[in-house]
Ligand binder design. Structure first.
Ligand SMILES: [Fe+2]
Length: 260
């Protein structure tokens, strides 16, 4: 099978197949290597999988996280959502699985339907690059910081969790950031609040704001505009991710599986 590799900017890779390609035509070890190197790996020209097949395929990569709704979460915009993930607004940066015991290593998406030029790009930030570019003094401050996140369980997750800001990638040993942006209760359904341990009370808000701004710098972010048929594999440790707001009506339908 012939595939072409094209770099995305500022990071990521698209692997495109022509003809009747199946994801299982490429060994998992090969795909995993590409995904570690690229952090975001997009496969185009590969057949999509039936829902159960999709979960079973992901199991080849590791244990699959089971939510109350099952192993495969359908992401579509809902008319009257209880949670901001299913609304049409933006989704601030977070990593997946913050509120579950096991830390997903990978997440997989397949795009069953998409509406071009209607916004809703998934935005990935490479936190290893953010960490690489800060000075020693900042690294020193960050090393002492933990953040506590809390949210009510109205969708498939909820609770309270405390995480060190700086963590270590389980495969590459590179420093990574674990950070989720707070969600303003006036703007988002099912908001998340954040407190910072290691920063004075009156400086917490500014710390979170500045960190957020740094992560959103264009040199660290890849925006993925979905095309129907895309399969995307993302490294949940190196990255945080979010979504741009939709700019118009959308038929977008993604399915997502988390691999531990
Ligand atoms: Fe997510």
């Amino acid at each position: 099978m012939k595939v072409s590799h094209n770099p995305l900017r500022p990071f990521g890779r698209v692997v495109e197949a022509s003809g009747d390609a199946q994801i299982s035509d490429i060994p998992v070890e090969t795909l995993a290597r590409w995904a570690v190197e690229s952090r975001v790996l997009v496969l185009r020209g590969f057949s999509l999988l039936e829902t159960q097949e999709f979960a079973d395929y992901c199991r080849r990569w590791g244990d699959v996280l089971e939510w109350e709704v099952g192993e495969v979460v359908d992401l579509v915009v809902q008319d009257d959502p209880k949670n901001y993930l299913f609304a049409s607004g933006d989704v601030p940066f977070h990593w997946d699985g913050a509120f579950v015991d096991s830390d997903p290593r990978w997440f997989f998406f397949q795009c069953l339907d998409a509406t071009p030029d209607a916004g809703g790009e998934t935005v990935f930030c490479d936190t290893t690059a953010v960490y690489r570019d800060v000075d020693e003094a900042t690294r020193n401050v960050w090393s002492k910081i933990s953040l506590t996140y809390s949210t009510e369980k109205l969708a498939h997750y909820g609770g309270e969790v405390t995480e060190h800001l700086v963590s270590q990638h389980p495969a590459t040993a590179l420093p990574v950031l674990r950070f989720a942006e707070p969600l303003d209760p006036n703007v988002y359904k099912n908001p998340v609040s954040v407190t910072v341990d290691g920063v004075e009370n009156d400086a917490q808000e500014l710390f979170v704001k500045e960190l957020s701004e740094r992560l959103h710098r264009r040199e660290y972010c890849y925006d993925h505009a979905w095309q129907k048929g895309d399969i995307l594999i993302a490294d949940n440790f190196s990255l945080v991710h979010g979504r741009n707001a939709f700019s118009g009506p959308t038929n977008r339908h993604l399915q997502r599986v988390e691999v531990i």
